[in-house]
Write a protein that binds this ligand. Sequence first.
Ligand code: GCU
Length: 712
Amino acid sequence: MSGPTTSPHPTPTPVHPAWLPDATIAPLGTGHALLLTARDETAADPVLATVETELRRAARAHGGRLSTRTDGEPGPDVRLVLATTAVHPQPLPGDAAATEHAWHALVRRVLADPGTLPPESFRLVRDAGVTVVAASSGTGLLHGLHHVARDAAARPGRAAEDTAVTDEVRSPAQAVRMLDHWDNVDVHDVMGQVERGYAGGSLFFADGALRDDLGRAEEYARLLGSIGINRVGLNNVNVHAREARLLTEGLPDVVRLAAVFRPHGIRVHLSVSFAAPMTVGGLPTADPLDPGVQRWWADVTAHVYRAVPDFGGYVVKADSEGQPGPFAYGRDHADGANLLARALAPFGGTVFWRAFVYDHHQDWRDRSTDRARAAHDHFAPLDGRFDENVVLQVKHGPLDFQTREAVSPVIAAMPRTRLAVELQVTQEYTGQQRHACYLAPWWREILDLRPWGEGPTVADVAIGDGPGGRPGALVAVSNVGDDPFWTGHPLAQANLYAFGRLAWDPTLAPEAVLDEWVGLTFGADPDVRAGVHAILDDSWRTYESYTAPLGVGFMVTPGSHYGPSVDGYEYSPWGTYHFADRDGIGVDRTRATGTGYTGQYPAPWRDVYEDLATCPDELLLFFHHVPWGHVLHSGSTVVQHVYDTHFAGVERVEEMVGTWAALAGRVPEDVHARVSERLDEQLRSAREWRDQLTTYVFRKCGVPDARGRRIY
Ligand code: GCU
């Protein structure tokens, strides 16, 4: 490969506008908006141009008007003012002061003493029907603009007349809000171009090259900027030969993609291969302690920063599922991560080093090895050894993005390390965007958990309010592709939206976030709002109810991870077993009789999970092997629970189908058709899950369903 690569691959049209149809970006309808910036600011801050474009787009859609600094004196009817704090409006001279417009006085008041606003924050002041957003950067203004738009959509018809007085500063809770793409330049085997992608091909690459037309990518960047995402990992963590060279020959592609994201306040990252000094650089080793290797990374990184001065840094999956890493040289992961951190440090870059390290060649007969233990076993002893620009990226659970699993014990174990919590927006194990499964309630449970029983939450640890006080990140794997609806299942857009919103503010209620999304996407129709809530609010629990029970996980078709295969992984090397036999089911992870995994948690969880009397039902089989007749806290036995939840889950999907059918004519026809088609598949698949699970359990234990329903 040499020089920038382009492809004439056609961009599919028409593209769904997601949560930014022109109708929703005009918080003031036909009103008059004013954008105030200092003279030399716009050249230095490309996000200001985005703010202006958004306002013009809104004005065009609604017959409103936008004025900027150079447009002369606006009249009295200005309703929205966006101003940077570099602007210092002067009082009007003499007589004019007496007739000064209300908006002008308000802007002067706000900007006379704007306070110290970090770059991504904004101050919002509302008084006498005028809204002023002030920020120290274009990014802050962009966040402020979308805040006002969201607010207007949440209160249809009321925002314009709003006379309530407000004066508040809004800032993101979490400084780093990142989406990782698992996109490949080339198409790889059965997984397609985007690993675990369920929405078509990559938005960035097609036909083995960067797309010539990056229009879709630009629209995507706009969507992400509107929900506050500020980092994007461009390529798959499994780095193949071609993608490894994005660092070198492919760098012009990275330059173009960085230019796509930059105007939306987003910095780009690359996933790199730990073996790159050999495979790309031709060195005989990739040993992190080898001076030649250190020089190679320093040189390559300097080269990247010359081309992309605001480059975010690297993402690394090392010694994991076949990816190369420091173990090959007898080094540990601190040696490996610090190698890259030191190359990035002179430029302010960060390495996101993934903790997803485990033995994927396990012998299923070996009961002493427990995959859930692996990340803690490998990383907890390294606490304190990572450089300050290393962020250890930890999957939220110890296994692998299951529908339900315990929170990873690593999150409580490394106070002297910056930690990122990694979520999965792409629905690998949660229905692959063929099933409606709104994940925000699950993410809220994860983020709200208090790893020490009291005190900081998981979200606090990521924010930097944990015991070590080190700021980390919230990261998720993206769910978009070149599908016209972005996410395959149009309702899966809600997950992308919710991730951005929860990364900004992890205390938001999932239902409120969904409400925003429905309002922005579908408008104010109360029946649509109610219908979408009815379908999505509990959809994660519904999905859980007809799939693997009580936290035991997996039971999915090997490879694809879609649909039921109860014993699919039972005798495999991947370390994901349920151990069902005629007497019982579940994984004994106790200290007393099992793998000792519960001992990786601090109190109280180590004891809560250890004891059958306190272990929560929904995680029972994750922590314990119990007889089929074991009585849950709910009062049901394990076997009867499997029967009841699986029948009930299918019934709920049947209701979802009916609810959506009733919305025909109330939402765009193409959206209706696509969701209907997905719901039909969800229903088929849910029945398959139900029938396989209930039949399997019945055949294992012979206990009939107390309610006599049909089991095969
Ligand atoms: C899962 C997933 C892989 C992915 C891996 C990861 O195992 O199935 O496709 O590469 O997670 O997060 O690295």
